[in-house]
Design a protein around this ligand. Sequence first.
Ligand code: ADP
Ligand code: ZN
Ligand code: MG
Length: 480
Amino acid sequence: MDRGVMIGLEIHLQVNTVKTKMFCRCSSDYRSALPNTNICPVCLGLPGSLPVPNKAVIRKAIMLAIALGSRVVDRIVFVRKHYFYPDLPKGYQISQHRGPGMAPIAVGGGLEIEGEGEPRIIRIRRLGIEEDPARITYPYGDPLKSPYSLIDYNRSGVPLIEVVTEPDIRSSREARVFLEKLLTLADHLGITNPDLEGAFRVDVNISLENQERVEVKNIGSIRDIEKAINYEIARQRGIVAGGGKIKRETRHWDPLRGATFVSRHKEYEEEYRYFPDPDLPPIAVSAEVVKEIEDGMPELPWHMAERYVREYSLSRYAARVLVSRRALAELFERTVKIYGDPDKVADLLINDFLGVVNSRGGNFQLVRATPESIAKLLSLMDKGVISIKIAKMILERVVIGGEDPEEIVAREGLLVISSDKELEELAEKVIRENPKAVEDARRNPKAINYLVGQVMKLTRGRADPQKISEIIRRKIGLER
Ligand code: ADP
Ligand code: ZN
Ligand code: MG
């Protein structure tokens, strides 16, 4: 932590859990559709079209505000934020802002993060809704080297919830912890599916003591946010150490070079010419509606973690890891219901299951395991039916392939033969067919290994040799 550093984040959470866009009924799924197929006059900004707000998104934004302890306004006002760029056909983005006659959905509140010392509160400045602009792609990656650009308006009008923090963050590590906690919250509240590419984008504001702040725009991964912060702190320190002053400017992050660079144009607040959108009448939010939304909210992840410690006697660490994704928490609780033993379930999920998921980019959409299949896998290991090695080998196929562990083990002959009767019959057969070896074994106990080997061969390795040895010894009269 660094007292001289101040960092404030503007986080754009994409509400990718609703079916339609923010102000029209076009599908919000722009990832799988062909470019410019989910479009209409509203999201193309054609003259005469009229936006209609998506109520489900407003409810989700209010939910997030409640979870963050923010104060929800009683009158939602949408504003026009003007700028000129091909990704914005109307010439303005429908957004929210503070100012005369304007107010975002909620102000205030905060999120507690575990700092390096005492937990600290990162205060929330405001929370609002806006629409995503279109997606521009440059055929050669770099805009300056591309002879043309392609615009996909499928993303135009996809809902975003913007969360703006106070400049309370002191380091790249704190920024990461804060963002992870916010994303976990958004996942639990059904606002954002973090597995989807472009699920969030962050503008990072960084300043040193008594210096102007620099805004680094539009970073899409937590790792890059950490790197950009570290880069900026070092860059700004260098300038100050050399007797220079930091200019107030907007920069961009280049993940390939690992550096920030100045963008082509500066944006001043005044240039956006915010004013209430006359096409969208203010929406009244009554205390009853807020109460109703609050009553319908799912358990918050930090309450869930506390309950795991209380109810399942898990460590705080284990509880926190398990609630980090809603899908993981659900898998945990449902597996415990079937199998019992929360410690063993938590251990398998945290150490083995997550290992598999993380080796595939931490993408939970790839997970096909069910509580039943995880419970079966645990039971197979318990009974010594399969070895740890085999459990690890089939884990991938259970987690990603969605296969039933019992079926894999049975089909591929991995199951230990536990029936004594079956083993005794095999032993008798081997004794009958190898009279000479039996004679040898009676004289020299070491020679029994040959007979054990013959039985193991018949079981294709699915038996405990110690147990076979005991059976044979008994049968040839070496033991009673
Ligand atoms: P608003 O639009 O409400 O005026 P700003 O645009 O001033 O808010 O702030 C945007 C972001 O910049 C916020 O996340 C805020 O915390 C951050 N910020 C403001 N001042 C500083 C500063 N001195 N150093 C770092 N970040 C700052
Ligand atoms: Zn549309
Ligand atoms: Mg701003």
